[in-house]
Structure formats: C-alpha cells, structure tokens
Design a protein around this ligand. Structure first.
Ligand code: NAP
Length: 313
C-alpha cells in the first residue's frame, strides 16, 4: 500500500497523520506553495483524499485527480465534499458517524449550563478576588426549561436524551417528522423557537439549512431565549445574531461553530451572555482516536477490496 497516494487537505491530529504516513505515500497541500504545483506533479498517483470539517473535496479538486477512488472524511458533516461529483465519478465517500455523537451532545449540554449558570463569569469572579466583596449575581435555572432541537438526527437525539435527564420538555423541527419519537414536532423553526426556551441547532448543513436561524427565528426565541449552535456556523445568520445579542433581543448564545472560522465577530467578545468554543464538538482524546481509526479502517477496507466500515456514497 506504500505506493498509494493519499492527499491531506488540512492538518489532522498527529496520530492520524503518522499512521497514514506508515501505510501510504502522503501528500499535504500545505507543503506546496500552490495547489496547482502539487497537482501537476502528483495528481496521477493520488487515489484517496482525507478531509475534514473545514477543508473538504470540491468538484474542482475531484476533477483534478483522475485516479481518485475514495474520499475519507474525518468527521460526520460532509458539507465541504461535493457528493454529487463523487457519485458522478464513482468516487466512494466515508465519514465518522456515531463515534462522535456523545461528545458533541455532551458539549451542547455543557454550553447550555455554562451559558445559563454563567460558569465562565463565575470562574473569573473567584479568580479576580471579587467574591471577597460579595456574592455573584443570580443566574438562570436549566432544569425544566423547554429545549427545542433543530435536526433530530444522531446528535439531536443524544442531546434530547441528556436534556430529559434535566427534566426538560423536548420539542423539535427536522426535515421529516419522526412518528416513533415521543417529542413534540413543530413544522417550522419559527414555531419551534416560539415554543422553547433553549434552541439547539444540530442539523446537517445543506442549501436548505443555510441561515436556517435567521432574524425571524431569533425574534421568535426572544430576549429570554437562548441559542446553542453545535451544527455548522452558516446555519446561523451571524450578523443578525450579533445584532440581536448587542441589542438585547436574544437572551444569550452558546456557540461551537462560526460562519468564518477561526474568525469570530469581535462584538461577541465583550458580551457576558455568550459562550464561545473553538469548534471542539468531538475534540477529546478518546473520540479523535476513534475517528482516526475509522478513517484508517475505511481506507484499508477500500484498498483491500473489502466492504467499507462507514460508507456514505
Ligand atoms: P444526522 O444523524 O444525519 O442528522 C442530521 C439531521 O439534520 C437529521 O435529523 C436531518 O433531518 C436534519 N436535517 C437535514 N436537512 C434538514 C432540513 N432541511 N431541515 C431540518 N433538518 C434537516 O447527523 P448527525 O450525526 O446528528 O450530525 C449532525 C450535524 O452536526 C453534522 O452534519 C455536522 O454538520 C454537525 N456536527 C458538528 C460537530 C461539531 O464539532 N460542532 C461535530 C459533529 C457533527 P431528518 O432526520 O428529518 O432527515
């Protein structure tokens, strides 16, 4: 397998890069000043791409690699991969579902608790010695609040189960109603936002879900409502979100993802009703290892002619 060329389009965790290095001839886009240079020299030997939430495989790249057989995504969101082009070219696509679900759902709950109970602010209060001058102000209770979930998929369900443990009534909006679910369905995001205290975005990013959280949804959530985004940054119209937070039209936001990562609107930095996380949903040692093993396992299965472990296309 050492002669098989694998293209990395973005830095991965060191373990995964090292394991790929042991097995394949690895090409890294960042080793070349111009992508065209890499492609003109090595396009014919690249048979696999390993990509990531922030750097995928677009139609141009897929077209430029005549020997490409498989795209292995180190993550579950495949919005940066041109799936139609892959289908058209007969290129297989794999991803890493399930193994990261718990971590992302845990982080969603962590964002809710941190936001409502102002845990970051409280920490600063103690460290700066202000506690000696008096108690921290009262915060907001989480248990029992109604949680609305946009996208009742693997991660959405895992968030719902955790929120149930806090005695929260659960409702949702998804592309399709889930008759088997005991949670209340609303046929639009605006209706969902009007009927919950905490709105959690956990759907996949498609043309339909781009800016699914717009001004109308934010206004429906209102000044006592909280928005949590652990999906993708472009699910939310960020300019509208920033205005709503600055103007006090939204109660608060817990954000793991942003429209233009790693750039975050500076207006958010001074707001205490905002919690910001650097796209770290599945960023634990355990989960990153499991994701890496799936990437390696899928590539190995493909090149040995065995069934893929987690195929998407
Ligand atoms: P999943 O099981 O495929 O769930 C995706 C959900 O999105 C489904 O419930 C689907 O609805 C819903 N959806 C799709 N199109 C929709 C639309 N037009 N309107 C409303 N809902 C729609 O995927 P998952 O494993 O739960 O992951 C969900 C997403 O989380 C990923 O795509 C990824 O972008 C994001 N994610 C983020 C992180 C992070 O680090 N923050 C980590 C992992 C994943 P139906 O069930 O009705 O089809």
């Amino acid at each position: 397998m050492e002669s098989i060329g694998v293209l990395l389009v973005r830095r991965l965790q060191p373990y995964l890069e090292q394991e790929l290095e042991k097995r394949y001839k690895v090409f890294r886009t960042w080793d070349y000043p111009q992508k065209s240079q890499l492609l003109s020299h090595h396009a014919a030997s690249i048979r696999a791409i390993v990509c990531h939430a922030r750097a995928g495989a677009d139609a141009e790249l897929i077209e430029a690699l005549p020997e490409l057989e498989i795209v292995s995504n180190y993550g579950v969101g495949v919005d940066k991969i041109d799936l139609n082009k892959c289908r058209e070219k007969g290129v297989r696509v794999t991803y890493t579902p399930d193994v990261l679900t718990d971590d992302v759902a845990d982080l969603a709950i962590g964002l809710i608790l941190t936001l409502l109970r102002r845990i970051c602010e409280c920490d600063g209060y103690v460290r700066s010695g202000q506690w000696k001058k008096g108690d921290y102000k009262l915060t907001t209770k989480f248990s029992g609040k109604t949680v609305g979930i946009v996208g009742l998929g693997r991660i959405g369900v895992a968030i719902a189960k955790r929120a149930e443990g806090f005695n929260c009534p659960i409702c949702y909006y998804s592309r399709t109603e889930k008759p088997e679910s005991k949670y209340k369905y609303y046929p639009s995001v605006v209706e969902l936002a009007s009927n919950c205290d905490i709105l959690v975005v956990a759907c996949s990013l498609t043309q339909e879900t781009h800016h699914i959280i717009n001004r109308k949804v934010i206004d429906a959530l209102g000044s006592k409502g909280f928005l949590i985004n652990i999906g993708r940054g472009t699910h939310v119209d960020e300019a509208e979100l920033v205005s709503a937070l600055v103007e006090g039209r939204l109660g608060g936001a817990g954000l793991d993802v942003f429209e233009n990562e790693p750039h975050v609107p500076e207006e958010l930095f001074g707001l205490e009703n905002v919690v910001l996380v650097p796209h770290a949903g599945p960023a634990t040692v355990e989960t990153r290892f499991a994701m890496a093993e799936l990437v390696l396992g899928n590539l190995e299965a493909h090149f040995l002619g065995k069934p893929l472990l987690t195929p998407l296309v």
